[in-house]
Structures are given as C-alpha cells and as structure tokens.
Design a protein around this ligand. Structure first.
Ligand SMILES: Cc1cc2nc3c(=O)[nH]c(=O)nc-3n(C[C@H](O)[C@H](O)[C@H](O)COP(=O)(O)OP(=O)(O)OC[C@H]3O[C@@H](n4cnc5c(N)ncnc54)[C@H](O)[C@@H]3O)c2cc1C
Length: 399
C-alpha cells in the first residue's frame, strides 16, 4: 500500500457504513468515515433486525445494548382482512440456528448511535461529520476523493473505498454503475401511534401483516407505540398525503376506533426496487442501499446491507493486512449480488404481491403458501429460515 494513502475510507455513517467500520476496527484496520450529515441520522426507517443479523451484531459486541433498547418479537403473523387469520410463526422453531430466536424491533438510529459510542475514542476510528463526498478518481494503486467539509473542499487518498452512502450514492454514480429496476406507483405512509391495536385486532402479534386488495397494511410494535404502514394511491398529491388529517383518515380506515388516538409521527416514502449492475469497480465497493433498494415488506434492506458490510469487511480486512490475496475480494460481488437479486428483490416483491392480491386465485395462492408452511415442522422451519434471511446467507457462502 502507498505510504500516504489511508487504508480504507467509508462514505456514509448509516447502519451499513458503521457496521463496516466497526468490523474493520475490530480487525485492527484504521478506518476513516465521511458522513455528509452534521451528525448521525435520526430517521427511524428500519426497525426490524433479523436473528442472523443480531448474531452478527453480537459478535461485534453491540447486540446486548441494542436489544435493551428494543422490543423482542418472537412471532410473525399473517392475516387477511377478507379471510381472517392465516397463520402465526414462532422463531422458537429455529432456535437451534441462532442465539436470537426473535425479530428485534428497534429503530436503525439506535444501532448507529451504539456503534459510534463504542468506537468514538478508538484511535483506529476517525469520523468526519459534515463531510460530503463529491467525487472520486481511481487508479491502479488507490482512490482520490474530493469532499466538502466545514472548511471548504478537501481531498484524501485511500487504498480502498466503501460506498455506504445510501440510495443516491455518489460512489455508484461517479463510477457510472447503472441502478436498474423500477419505482412503485403507490407511496408508503408510515404512521407511528400508541393506538390500541389489540382492542381492534385481538391476538395481534408484535409483527403482523394484513392482506387486503384495497388497503393492505402491517403493524410493527416498537417501544411504547406501533408503526403502521399503509400504501397511498398514486393520484393523491404529496402535500395532501403528508397532512395529519390524511394520516388520521388512513388510520381510521383500518382501525375505526383509533379516531382519537395520538399520531406521534408520519413519514411518506417513495419505494423502489433497484440493484446496482455491479457491487465493485476496481478499488471501490458498494454496500447497503448504495447497492440495492427494495420495499420494506419483510425488513430486508438494512439487514441485507449489514450482511453486505460484513461479507466485504471479512474479505477486505485480511487483504489490507497482507494476509490474503487481492483476488479473494472477487467473492464479494459474486456472493452478495446474487442473493440480493434472489432473496431480497424477489422476496420483497413477492411479499407485496401476496398482501395486495386482488383475484380470488392470488388470494388462494397466498393462503396456500401459509398453510403449506404450517403443515409440518420441516416446512415451518424452511419458511422461517427464508424470512429470517438464513437461507440467503447460506446460499451466499456457497457461491
Ligand atoms: C419505511 C421504511 C422502513 C424500513 N424498514 C426496514 C426494516 O424494518 N428492516 C430493514 O432491514 N430495512 C428496512 N428499511 C430499509 C433501510 O432503512 C435501509 O436499507 C437502510 O437505511 C440502509 O442503510 P445504509 O447505511 O445503506 O444507507 P442509509 O441509511 O441511507 O445511510 C447512508 C448514509 O450516507 C450518508 N451520505 C449520503 N451521501 C453521502 C455523501 N456524498 N458523502 C458522505 N455521506 C453521505 C447519509 O447522510 C447517510 O447517513 C426500511 C426503509 C423504509 C423507507
């Protein structure tokens, strides 16, 4: 490695960039993180951590603190507004595969804060806030970065760059890597409310998906409240949709008794399904939303991004330390892009199609899928392994 180049720079201090940083520091590799924001993002967005992700975070020493700040959801429920309960799955059925047989409901900003707190004083860790990566140029030996900081334009040279800079990734765009896919016509409204969901949906579990041809929705219990996601038809203008009155109407349309329930927070999301053509170009890598974005049904975006981050750092750390050949890095794209296409993209599209199924045949197919998954212990385990993302990790390891 060149004398004056940093070993690795990570663009973006979201959950993916921070997990990558933590794992490289654990391996003894000095890391510099450039974060455009003045501080860590406080946006909720992801609130589901799957069992294997919790196992990985446990290996890094973060799971216990995160679990203490979240809510364990040992069961996942599927139901239909037309057909009633379809089935409930319990992660206890795959307790032999994980130290965490539950989904953890905790907002993603809790994880990034925990990691920052842990790394803050580590001499191997350097984070620059208010440092927006503007462009980069790479050659055989390294990458030259330009970023704006509090004192104007600055430059840096590094041996390797990880682009964990989210869906609009400058790392991806600067390398002309296409981001093919599509955008769903409807937007997704997330309402956070302490409404009494149990009173109107007796037996509701902390993670509960409800199919409906007109207005599918799901309930995720977080500490002290529920996050409820509902699709919004494309023809309603954004400024109408973001009003509290509209959120109230949507809430009451699925929970009529919630007309006086407080609405703590609403956010409107435009949702995409896109995957970068390549997860690596020379000395630059893409991970997390920079590499792939998907709808949130199944909670796979951030989880998949954390899996990317650790797959990459387990390869990159040894290369930087001179313990492995550069050619070993080829495994990253081979493994992670394939499972992103199969498990994350196809899985989340299938979840949405099931919940919005309009024809009697499609509704029957969804009911049959759940019925089959509950028909034997082996089938239940196979279903849970898929939705908890064990399958995608095992498949990646074999590629
Ligand atoms: C409503 C909703 C619910 C979701 N729920 C789940 C869920 O339950 N489970 C799940 O797994 N996923 C979920 N997701 C997806 C999840 O939020 C994302 O996949 C996750 O945030 C990706 O993390 P990231 O670190 O790759 O990117 P981000 O979280 O977007 O972080 C990128 C960081 O890079 C910084 N940045 C951007 N550009 C630059 C630049 N040029 N220079 C320096 N820094 C830059 C940004 O400021 C930001 O801090 C959900 C998404 C939505 C919208």
């Amino acid at each position: 490695m060149e004398k004056n180049a940093l070993p690795v720079v990570i663009a973006g201090a979201g959950p993916v960039g921070m997990v990558a940083a933590a794992d490289l520091v654990r391996q003894g590799v000095p890391v510099t993180v450039l974060e455009a924001g003045a501080e860590l993002s406080g946006e909720s967005r992801a609130s589901t951590f799957h069992p294997p992700t919790l196992d990985m975070l446990d290996d890094l020493g973060f799971a216990k603190t995160l679990i203490a700040q979240g809510l364990k959801a040992p069961q996942v429920q599927y139901a239909s507004m037309i057909d009633g309960q379809l089935g409930t799955f319990d992660f206890a059925d795959i307790a032999d595969l994980t130290r965490h047989p539950f989904r953890l409901q905790a907002e993603q900003f809790k994880l990034t804060r925990i990691i920052l707190e842990a790394l803050h004083d580590n001499p191997l860790f350097n984070i620059r806030f208010g440092a927006e990566l503007k462009g980069l140029k790479q050659d055989q030996q390294g990458v030259d970065l330009t970023f704006t900081g509090p004192n104007g334009d600055e430059t840096l040279r590094c041996a390797w760059l990880i682009g964990a800079d989210g869906a609009n990734s400058i790392v991806r765009r600067s390398q002309d890597i296409p981001f093919e896919g599509f955008t769903w016509a409807e937007r997704f409204l997330v309402i956070t409310t302490p409404a009494d969901v149990e009173a109107e949906r007796p037996g509701v579990t902390s993670v509960s998906y409800w199919a409906d041809p007109q207005r599918w929705h799901f309930f995720l219990r977080i500490m002290g409240a529920w996050r409820i996601m509902i699709p919004v038809p494309p023809d309603i203008p954004d400024d109408t949709v973001t009003s509290i009155g509209f959120a109230r109407d949507m809430l009451v349309s699925i929970l009529p008794e919630a007309k006086d329930a407080p609405i703590l927070h609403t956010t409107l999301y435009r949702v995409h399904q896109r995957v970068a053509d390549s997860f690596r170009k020379g000395r630059t890598f893409l991970a997390g939303d920079a590499a792939h974005i998907n709808n949130p049904l199944g909670g796979m975006g951030m989880n998949g991004g954390v899996h990317d981050a650790l797959n990459l750092t387990h390869l990159l750390g040894p290369v930087i330390k001179g313990e492995a050949d550069v050619s070993t890095l080829d495994a990253y794209e081979r493994q992670r892009r394939a499972v992103t296409m199969d498990a994350i993209q196809n899985g989340t599209i299938r979840n949405k199609r099931n919940l919005e199924a309009k024809t009697p045949e499609d509704r029957q197919a969804f009911r049959d899928e759940i019925k089959t998954a509950l028909s034997s212990r082996d089938n239940t385990r196979a279903f849970l392994r898929r939705i908890a993302m064990f399958d995608s990790l095992e498949r990646a390891a074999k590629l």
